[in-house]
Design a protein around this ligand. Structure first.
Ligand SMILES: Cc1cc2nc3c(=O)[nH]c(=O)nc-3n(C[C@H](O)[C@H](O)[C@H](O)COP(=O)(O)OP(=O)(O)OC[C@H]3O[C@@H](n4cnc5c(N)ncnc54)[C@H](O)[C@@H]3O)c2cc1C
Length: 416
């Protein structure tokens, strides 16, 4: 009698879910494995480029049907609405609102993150966010900004982190006729050193962006953004970029999560509460230090977790013991408008270190960096070993250091 094939269900086809799927399908091509990938959209779009897409630039996007053409992976377009780990079952609503029940032997949870639209009144009704599709998406902005520019109108960008700065500089550089204001609750770019924040500030000022810092937004209206204290900034539209949140599905399904609803995972990316569920990307958080002092939501981290997750699952299927998650941060790039960016070399622990590369050269370096993530993702099926990363021994080194210091609280993990 032939053995039934192992069913692997991947939820979410962002950078993490897609890279995982392609790498795993390359690694297990000769085994009896059936991989299904689910996403509510039918096209892969690179999120770090959505502010460019919103301002009429061409960015990479490709239908999943085309990406998966040479693979055995089945793609299902639909929205995941529930997960029942006790029955190994996921419910998906397709575009015709038909329910489908999908079973699995292994589940990969890669539903990513999104901009929080619920935290301030009016955001849900009026504000745009940098999502790929929908009435208030990057694609909708792409349609509206040229008209606003033609009228010499106003745009308010809310959020003083990387996404807000990238968006404000991009809109101001592509449409200099638009008056752009950037509103931020605290100091601009407060998670960076002063030297980096000063570069962001100077670039915004050079592009004529009004910086409204130390200002809390209390409401967004159809034609204005209202600040605490009553000041009202008139605008044609508001772009909301404050903080990424994770959807509550993992928590609602009974998976162990942290206070941000990210699924908690061990060094092999198993959910700590449900061993047959892997979690990767923005929707997951390792419970053990993987060689870096904090794990930042980013395309960089998502790619490494995805590649490592695929390596762990293929090892598990082959009855082998994988290595624990371990990596180091290397660099980060923030776009600062057309043909301009800052490229920041990072310490392994994610702190910027000199020399920074700015201007056109910074933009060129960022282009190469983002381009590599896309190419490495798409090449995974044919060359699963192509994507590697630095810092693979840091987990063990830190473990040894802690043991020598007499703090063995982070135990070495082995697959049972
Ligand atoms: C404008 C912008 C700029 C950015 N710039 C950078 C940058 O310069 N560098 C960097 O490292 N990071 C950047 N990021 C962050 C980076 O894009 C994310 O950290 C990364 O995309 C996370 O990958 P992921 O696969 O975990 O999640 P996502 O990319 O969020 O993918 C999740 C996928 O799941 C799907 N999905 C979600 N919910 C459901 C559901 N219920 N049912 C079915 N499908 C669902 C989504 O459609 C999506 O395809 C940026 C993000 C934005 C928005």
């Amino acid at each position: 009698m032939t053995q039934p094939s192992t069913r692997i269900l991947v939820l979410g086809a962002g950078i993490a879910g897609l890279l995982f799927t392609l790498r795993l399908s390359g690694k297990v091509a000769r085994e009896s494995v059936q991989i299904t990938l689910v996403d509510e959209v039918d096209t892969f779009t690179i999120r770090p480029r959505l502010h460019e897409f919103a301002t009429n630039q061409r960015i990479f996007s490709r239908p999943f049907s085309q990406i998966l053409l040479q693979t055995q992976v089945q793609f299902v377009q639909g929205r995941v609405t529930s997960l029942d780990p006790s029955q190994h079952r996921v419910t998906v609503l397709d575009q015709q609102q038909q329910r489908h029940e999908l079973g699995y032997d292994y589940l990969v949870y890669a539903l990513g993150s999104m901009t929080d639209r619920q935290n301030v009144p009016g955001v849900e009704q009026y504000a745009y966010t940098l999502t790929a599709k929908g009435p208030f998406s990057a694609s909708a902005l792409r349609g509206r900004l040229p008209d606003i520019a033609a009228r010499g109108g106003q745009v308010v960008v809310c959020g003083g982190g990387a996404t807000g700065i990238e968006t404000a500089t991009q809109v101001a550089s592509v449409y200099p006729q638009i008056k752009v204001s950037l509103v931020t609750r605290g100091a601009l770019a407060r998670s960076w050193d002063k030297s980096v924040a000063d570069i962001f500030r100077q670039r915004l000022v050079n592009l004529g962006v009004e910086i409204v810092d130390q200002s809390e937004v209390s409401a967004v209206r159809a034609q204005s953004v209202v600040l605490e204290g009553g000041r009202e900034l008139g605008c044609d539209l508001c772009i909301w970029t404050t903080g990424f949140v994770v959807q509550p599905l993992a928590r609602e399904s009974g998976l162990a999560v942290n206070e941000h609803d990210q699924a908690l995972v061990d060094p092999f990316l198993h959910s700590v509460s449900h061993r047959e569920i892997y979690a990767i990307g923005d929707a997951a958080m390792p419970v053990e230090n993987p060689g870096v002092s904090h794990v930042r939501m980013s395309a960089f981290t998502a790619s490494i977790m995805a590649a490592h997750g695929a390596d762990c699952l293929s090892a598990e299927l082959a009855g082998k013991t994988p290595k624990p998650l371990s990596f180091a941060y290397v660099a980060q790039a923030v776009a600062l408008g057309q043909n301009h960016a800052i490229f920041l070399p990072l310490t392994p622990d994610d702190r910027p270190r000199l020399p920074y590369i700015t201007g056109r050269l910074g933009a060129f370096t960022r282009e190469a960096f983002v381009g590599f993530v896309v190419k490495a993702t798409l090449a995974q099926q044919r060359f699963p070993g192509m994507f590697s990363w630095v810092g693979k021994r840091r987990y063990e080194q830190q473990l040894q250091k802690r043991t020598l210091e007499g703090h063995p609280s982070q135990q070495a993990h082995h697959l049972s």
